[in-house]
Ligand binder design. Structure first.
Ligand SMILES: Nc1ncnc2c1ncn2[C@@H]1O[C@H](COP(=O)(O)OP(=O)(O)OP(=O)(O)O)[C@@H](O)[C@H]1O
Length: 496
């Protein structure tokens, strides 16, 4: 099915999120949409998928006018959209989540849902996607990437002709990314029309036939994917040359006394995943953690951040025994945690940018909230991290996904922590903004902050971490004492 969208526009108040953008999505082809955070990618996809009403422009499907009033109408016309944020309902089963809009189609003559049939159908879709998820698994125990796969399966359950994926790979580890990219290739050969948003040009180059670049709501060109070089894409997206690399220079290794130890874990076991890990982090150090989902990094962060009680082993912070009873206790002892899922854990979306930035440690004058000090902290962070927002009082619901991520980072820095736990800090963040964030992280380390960085992005670990630990099955499988000359495959080799 061919989806033609001409001169699409959408404003939010005075923000022209999408301004006169045209795209043509063709059957049997994958069309990537790339651009900086806030460039209008999600808004464009949402209009195509019926989740946002266009202010201007026209669309057609195989030549027939198409102006969906909602996602249900789009779906009935054969267009399915996977949203950027996680929308899985944790109180439902995996199969119910996949068929959430069509539960009734599994109802028998007496109105009971034929659960077995629904489960089999759900499993068939997951298998088609190539991901190893069993429908009988407990949904609460799945990780973010697996939830994302359930959402993609939900989109496929309607047998769409057009599939729109908004940053669906951002939550996946590299094995899941491979599965989803392979599924996209397969769907393409079956004649599906596919559009997807990604900040990873390697993915774009791996599967896309065409790509459209958005810049500040405008179309900045549509190209055949094999006809444009990554540097040129970056230049058009960001408006500057990034070929010099996006990682800040590493400081020379200090000679003389080693900086003080900030954090030590000895044989720490916690939850389901963490089997016994020892590590230490010194002031000014960035220690990287690599590993597949469930390999232990999330469990380790949960233990350090006070989200999960330690089953065995000990932790020390600044030389003192450290066993936070809950996340509040960890924050107040100077441990800031940037969670992997900003939607569920990091932000209160209805609150303003200011409120979210200072939430973890609101400045006070006596017993009262000091709004003037809070505004000054918020303004400083907005400028330093480059948060694109109409004002510090705008609600976080008005920010694009990548800018939300920057707010979570700002929130962590605002507390002046001594240990910072970063879980995929640049998930969904565009390359230009990533560069800014890396600069801030490096600068904070230079000021003495101890940082543990867990990431699914191998180049990020190599580019930023001073040392790297590879986790496998809850334990440290390998340590690299330097990362400057590491190749991705050397890390991956220890992960599986
Ligand atoms: N509901 C909303 N209310 C107000 N402004 C909004 C709303 N949704 C989006 N915007 C604004 O529209 C612009 C485009 O946002 P959009 O989410 O489409 O960007 P994006 O390219 O998908 O970014 P990202 O890569 O960060 O996800 C941004 O300036 C954003 O702040």
């Amino acid at each position: 099915m061919t989806l033609v969208a001409s001169h699409m526009s959408k404003s939010f108040g005075r923000t022209r999120a999408v301004d006169g953008v045209s795209v043509t999505l063709s059957p049997g082809a994958v069309h990537a949409v790339v651009g900086e955070n806030g460039a209008g990618k999600s808004t464009l996809l949402r209009m195509l998928g019926g989740a946002a009403r266009a202010d201007g422009g026209t669309m057609s499907l195989d030549g027939v006018a198409y102006a969906p009033a909602g996602t249900a109408e789009a779906s009935a016309r054969g267009v399915a959209l996977v949203f950027q944020e996680i929308t899985v309902n944790r109180s439902l089963t995996i199969a119910e989540n996949i068929f959430i809009d069509r539960l009734r189609s599994f109802a028998g003559p007496l109105g009971f849902i034929a659960r077995r049939r629904m489960r089999d159908a759900a499993q068939a879709i997951l298998d088609r996607l190539g991901v190893r998820i069993s429908v009988s698994a407990d949904i609460e125990r799945l990780n973010l990437g697996e939830w994302k796969c359930i959402e993609i399966a939900r989109a496929l359950s309607t047998s769409p002709k057009v599939l729109l994926l908004d940053e669906s790979t951002a939550y996946l580890d590299h094995i899941e990314v491979e599965s989803v990219l392979a599924a996209m290739r397969q769907l393409k050969t079956e004649g599906m029309t596919i559009a997807f948003v990604s900040h990873h040009l390697d993915e774009v180059r791996a599967v896309a036939d065409e790509l459209t670049i958005l810049k500040d709501g405008h179309g900045a060109g549509t190209f055949r994917a094999d006809e444009i070089e990554p540097d040129e894409i970056h230049r058009r997206m960001v408006g500057r040359d990034l070929s010099q690399g996006i990682y800040p220079e590493r400081p020379a290794r200090a000679t003389g006394d080693a900086p003080p130890l900030v954090f030590e874990a000895t044989d720490v076991a916690a939850g389901r995943d963490l089997g016994g890990v020892s590590l230490d982090v010194r002031a000014g150090e960035i220690v990287g953690l690599a590993g597949l989902k469930g390999a232990g990094a999330d469990g380790l962060f949960a233990a350090i951040a006070g989200d999960q009680q330690v089953r065995r082993g000990t932790m020390r912070l600044g030389g003192n025994a450290y066993a936070p009873a809950d996340p509040g206790a960890a924050w107040s002892l100077g441990v800031a945690h940037l969670p992997g899922d900003r939607g569920n854990e990091g932000l209160i979306a209805d609150f303003s940018v200011l409120d979210n930035l200072v939430m973890a440690r609101p400045p006070r004058r006596g017993p009262l909230f000091n709004r003037r000090a809070a505004a000054s902290i918020a303004r400083d962070l907005v400028a330093r991290i480059g948060i694109k927002t109409a004002s510090i009082d705008a609600p976080c619901t008005s920010l694009s996904g990548g800018n939300l991520q920057k707010v979570v980072i700002g929130k962590c820095l605002a507390t002046g922590p001594r240990l910072l736990l970063l879980n995929n800090p640049t998930r969904g963040v565009d390359v230009g903004a990533r560069m800014e964030i890396y600069r801030v992280i490096r600068q904070k380390a230079a000021e003495g902050l101890a940082i543990i960085l867990s990431s699914e992005d191998m180049p990020e670990l190599i580019g930023l971490a001073d040392r790297l630990l590879v986790l496998r099955q809850g334990r440290i499988a390998h340590s690299f004492n330097a990362t400057a000359d590491l190749a991705e495959h050397e890390i991956v080799r220890h992960m599986t």
